[in-house]
Design a protein around this ligand. Structure first.
Ligand code: NAI
Length: 303
């Protein structure tokens, strides 16, 4: 028996990049996989059914079981059709991997409402729609695993990604909320923050020597290196794991922290703006976070 035999898993955005490697690895582990992808550009423009069908063909060639879905995650009705595709094709759903994504990078002061909405729609709304559409099935069968893709751009920070960072941190909160609300039905929900050389980060500008060297180092972060964690989270091996955020970068795995109080100060008579400045500030300041980006925290080369 393979690890995932008998299980039906949906992977959104599985026509390329990290999602394609998820689909291939899940199928190799014995799962029947819904390969969902609209075949859009990095910025979410256009549609092409070919990538989803191509991945289904790759899985079937190796003797695996897969079905293509070309519906968008970014709309409630079409998200329901993605779930229906799993039911029609395989008769059940055991795991949902919310992986579809787009980028519309722009400095905050120039970001348009359209750029904000497009990214929130695919990442945050799309993750909610697909997860919510699967919820009645997970609830009634009293099992199921959600895997959502977050990003250190949201968990830590990055330049020019207000839309993406907000969506990705929102996804971490969505995952935690699902984990809390569905624990009673033995349904779990976890996040992966990947680092991988895909077309998404292939769009980073490489004008200076410094940028070129940085991008060269990124190429060791293969998309396939993220897949074992998704297979683990979709399998019964992770049956007691929920509400967690993991990161993966080439051969490194990380368990990420979650927000907790860092310092506290108390004054029996309460606070004024002045006493905050004179008393609380000196207590807190040593623990203030620097304005770091993801690359400042993950400052060493991928291993
Ligand atoms: P990618 O651009 O190669 O793959 C994303 C896929 O999503 C594409 O095939 C695209 O057609 C599909 N897609 C876009 N909009 C869709 C929609 N509305 N419905 C269905 N499919 C849609 O990107 P990559 O790098 O593989 O990213 C996968 C996930 O990992 C994304 O959620 C991304 O935000 C996340 N991520 C990736 C990182 C990296 O280093 N590559 C870093 C942090 C997070």
């Amino acid at each position: 028996m393979s690890l995932l035999s008998g299980k039906s898993v949906i992977v959104t955005g599985a026509g390329g990049g990290i999602g394609r490697d998820f689909a291939l690895a899940l199928a190799a582990a014995g799962a029947s996989v819904v390969v969902n992808d609209i075949g859009a550009s990095v910025s979410g423009e256009g549609t092409d059914a070919a990538p989803a069908f191509e991945v289904v063909k790759m899985i079937k060639t190796k003797g695996g079981s897969a079905a293509a879905s070309t519906d968008s995650v970014a709309n409630w009705e079409s998200a329901n059709r993605i779930i229906q595709c799993a039911l029609d094709s395989f008769g059940r759903i055991d795991a949902v991997v919310n992986n579809a994504g787009i980028l519309r990078d722009r400095f905050f002061f120039n970001m348009s409402v359209e750029e904000w909405r497009a990214v929130i729609d695919v990442h945050l709304n799309g993750s909610f729609y697909v997860a919510r559409a699967a919820a009645p099935y997970f609830r009634s069968q009293e099992s199921g695993s959600y895997v959502h893709m977050t990003s250190t751009s949201g968990l830590i920070g990055n330049l020019g990604q207000a839309n993406y960072s907000a969506a990705k941190l929102g996804i971490a909160a969505l995952s935690k909320s699902i984990a809390l609300d569905m624990q009673r039905y033995h349904v779990r929900s976890n996040c992966i923050a990947p680092f991988a050389w895909s077309r998404m980060i292939g769009s980073i500008p490489t004008e200076t020597d410094d940028q070129k060297a940085r991008v060269e180092k990124m190429k060791v972060m293969e998309t396939a290196k993220i897949a074992p964690l998704a297979v683990f989270l979709a399998s019964d091996l992770s049956k007691d794991v929920t509400g967690q955020i993991f990161a993966v970068r080439a051969n490194e795995l990380f368990l990420m922290s979650q927000n907790r109080p860092l310092r506290s100060v108390h004054r029996a008579e309460g606070w004024t703006a002045e006493s905050i400045a004179s008393h609380a500030l000196p207590a807190f300041a040593p623990d203030f976070y620097a304005l770091e980006r993801s690359q400042d925290v993950f400052s060493w080369d991928p291993i």
